[in-house]
Design a protein around this ligand. Structure first.
Ligand SMILES: Cc1cc2nc3c(=O)[nH]c(=O)nc-3n(C[C@H](O)[C@H](O)[C@H](O)COP(=O)(O)OP(=O)(O)OC[C@H]3O[C@@H](n4cnc5c(N)ncnc54)[C@H](O)[C@@H]3O)c2cc1C
Length: 454
């Protein structure tokens, strides 16, 4: 008999525990990134904090380590670890949002998605420091720092955390905040998922009901002019503006609108936290380049989640990343040469996100700032291993081309895999993270996609 049936009858009856061969195993172990195959020893899908605590006990009885996962957007890096002695802890059924409009604080359960937070906050004239995609979970995004189109004005999402509740390796529920377990609270602000299963997060909301946001779009034949103009523009911008520039390539498929289908494009998008007149003044140098499409306008804050055109559901993809310190003329030429010309490059996009402003101002937390001018991210479709290998090579050629101008540091949320996790932190922060891990998880129960070594 499978040991689980005697060890955890109630969890199994509730449909929360699946072993290889069980009908629910495949679906429960499939991550958002469909290029990654996860074959854990067991998968648990708890629906309450109490169930999470019981799952931890069950894993201990079965001699398994535990990998918390909310959506699997960051599954590529977890795929680097063998999971044959690991219970995958899928938290997508543990969701819920409570807004305190007076205090401007949200409390969410561990697997909650950003789109649900933004929808719940909007009726109160509030929003959050969310990322570009609504179906990314608050937990993984915030544990990795959290880079938003509000970022240059308001900093990393991790800096907006007020408290987290974690189920620890002993099954205890611990609350960490500035006053309770402050070392643990410091660690979860950017240090990732190595410290326990995060079952709730509380964070500050922004008093923003609407925002000037949108995109400007040109045919890729304008790549050079647009990139040079954006590089000059971003060198001298107020913190109120956070944008990205992407070279994008879309397949000719009927599901896409005609302005995207089969096209190669250069797209600038993001948010401008200014009045309409000042926003128009700031956008004028880009509009002077006569984009074929210009959707920048004042929109309700929740619509910012649609601006970046992230995939509406799970896709197979591979990505590579670097932090870029400056965009000199030669760096621009190098980026154009690998990603900005021709249509036959197997990349979905090559992106530069503008950093600086509040993102560069040190805060309290393991990831206290992003110390670079731009975050580079190249992504390729990966429907088969062969296409994935070609895509990974193309993405690597983009990061390699900008290597001379890249910082040795990395940003874990954009890191696919094969990364030295220590490079995401200052040396003293890395040492402190390891010490916190040794204290909270002395037996090494937790398996994170970007692990903090003990
Ligand atoms: C389409 C797309 C758009 C993106 N846009 C942005 C963006 O704008 N800004 C940005 O900063 N990042 C962005 N990302 C990266 C994203 O933030 C990271 O991949 C993040 O880790 C995803 O979190 P998740 O919980 O949804 O994913 P998961 O893969 O479920 O989690 C990643 C890791 O976080 C930890 N973790 C997750 N949930 C928990 C939990 N409840 N308890 C303990 N540990 C947990 C685990 O270690 C896990 O391996 C984007 C990614 C994609 C694919």
């Amino acid at each position: 008999m499978n040991p689980s049936i005697t060890d955890a009858p109630s969890l199994r009856d509730a449909g929360t525990l699946h072993f290889p061969g069980d009908p629910g195993y495949e679906a429960a172990s499939t991550p958002w990134n469909l290029a990654v195959t996860q074959r854990p020893a067991a998968v648990a899908v708890p629906r309450s904090i109490d169930e999470v605590a019981r799952v931890v006990g069950t894993a201990a009885r079965l001699g398994l380590r535990i990998a918390p996962q909310s959506t699997g957007h960051g599954a590529a890096a977890l795929g680097d670890h063998p999971l044959d002695d690991v219970m995958l802890l899928r938290l997508h059924e543990l969701t819920g949002v409570t807004i305190d409009p007076e205090a401007r604080i949200a409390r969410v359960l561990g697997g909650t998605l950003w789109q649900d937070v933004v929808a719940a906050a909007a009726p109160h004239g509030l929003t959050a420091v969310h990322g570009s995609a609504g179906d990314v979970a608050v937990a993984g995004y915030t544990l990795g720092g959290g880079l938003s189109f509000y970022g240059r004005a308001h900093g990393l999402a991790a800096s907006h955390l007020r408290a987290v509740e974690l189920v620890t390796a002993t099954g205890e529920v611990v609350r960490a905040s500035a006053d309770e377990h402050p070392d643990l609270f410091w660690a979860v602000r950017g240090g990732g998922g190595s410290f326990g299963a995060v079952v709730a997060l509380e964070f500050d909301l922004l008093p923003i009901a609407d925002v000037v946001a949108g995109m400007l779009l040109w045919d890729l034949s304008h790549a050079e002019d647009v990139l040079r103009a954006w590089a000059a523009w971003t060198a001298d911008l107020p913190e109120s503006v956070t944008t990205s520039l992407r070279f994008m390539r879309f397949p000719p498929v009927p599901e896409l609108p005609p302005f995207l289908s089969g096209r190669s494009l250069v797209v600038i998008d993001g948010a401008v936290l200014e009045g309409d007149e000042r926003a128009a003044e700031l956008l004028a140098p880009l509009r002077a380049l006569a984009p074929e499409m210009d959707t920048f306008a004042r929109i309700p804050a929740p619509q910012l989640l649609a601006v970046h055109m992230d995939p509406p559901g799970p896709v197979p993809s591979v990505g590579r990343h670097a932090l870029v310190s400056e965009l000199t003329d030669t760096a621009i030429e190098a980026f154009l040469a690998v990603a900005g010309r021709g249509v036959d490059i197997p990349l979905m996009f090559a992106e530069l996100r503008h950093l600086g402003g509040a993102l560069a101002v040190p805060q309290d937390g393991a990831l206290d700032r992003l110390d670079a001018a731009y975050a580079l991210f190249a992504l390729a479709p990966a429907p088969t291993p062969e296409i994935a290998a070609a895509g990974a090579a193309a993405a690597e050629s983009v990061t390699a081309a900008l290597g001379r101008w890249s910082s040795p540091r990395t940003f874990l949320n954009f890191a696919d895999h094969g990364i030295d996790v220590a490079t995401a932190f200052d040396a003293d922060a890395w040492a402190r993270l390891r010490e916190v891990r040794r204290t909270i998880d002395p037996t090494g129960v937790w398996v994170a996609n970007h692990p903090i070594g003990r």
